[in-house]
Design a binder for this molecule. Sequence first.
Ligand SMILES: Nc1ncnc2c1ncn2[C@@H]1O[C@H](COP(=O)(O)OP(=O)(O)OP(=O)(O)O)[C@@H](O)[C@H]1O
Ligand SMILES: O=C(O)C1=C[C@@H](O)[C@@H](O)[C@H](O)C1
Ligand SMILES: [Mg+2]
Length: 199
Amino acid sequence: MCGMQNSQENSVQESCRRDGNRKCRSGNLILVGMMGSGKTTMGRTLAKHLGKTFVDSDEEIQKRTGVTIPHIFDIEGEAGFRQRETAVISDLVGGENMVLATGGGAVLAEQNRAVLQQNGIVIYLKANVHDLWLRTRHDRNRPLLQTGDPYAKLTDLFQQRDPLYREVADIVIQSGKQSVHSLMLQLVGEIETYRETRQ
Ligand SMILES: Nc1ncnc2c1ncn2[C@@H]1O[C@H](COP(=O)(O)OP(=O)(O)OP(=O)(O)O)[C@@H](O)[C@H]1O
Ligand SMILES: O=C(O)C1=C[C@@H](O)[C@@H](O)[C@H](O)C1
Ligand SMILES: [Mg+2]
């Protein structure tokens, strides 16, 4: 991290200390959004850039169970997976100075939405359905998209979830054709602006 980024991040943390609530003071940044919106990819890049710890709720579920997400869906169904997801999120949000990438369906549970909002600045990584489809079409690790028409499934999920992502988000950032790195730099600027307005 260069000196300028350090001083920028210090001033961000200083303004948040004055703010006094955990959302800001924890130093946590929480990414929500659809499958393929880039939460894992962007989360890793953002964490590295800001010197924060990167945590991913899907990865944590797989680590704890020792099996893949498709396997959990096979054995326990989506309902079983959601219970595990809620338990993992409620543990992970206790951390500090981290970037937390959530699973695409994390916002479905009201309990998750509440704890995400309370424990960090929530960023909705928004992408259009066509881009989501392009990014996920060759991947077999997303059980909800293993249907005859994943484009239609993504369209349905987007319609159902977009209001929930917007409800929980402090910042909404549109991801499109720009590189992950330039999107990350734009996001860093938006986080700084968000924190300044909370002084
Ligand atoms: N801004 C971007 N531009 C182009 N491709 C991207 C972008 N962000 C992510 N990708 C690509 O899209 C794919 C899915 O990204 P990623 O796994 O980060 O999504 P996710 O939001 O974590 O999905 P999930 O909710 O299923 O965990 C990856 O192949 C990644 O390289
Ligand atoms: O959008 C969803 O419901 C999901 C997204 C992934 O991150 C995983 O959490 C799982 O495949 C379910
Ligand atoms: Mg992910």
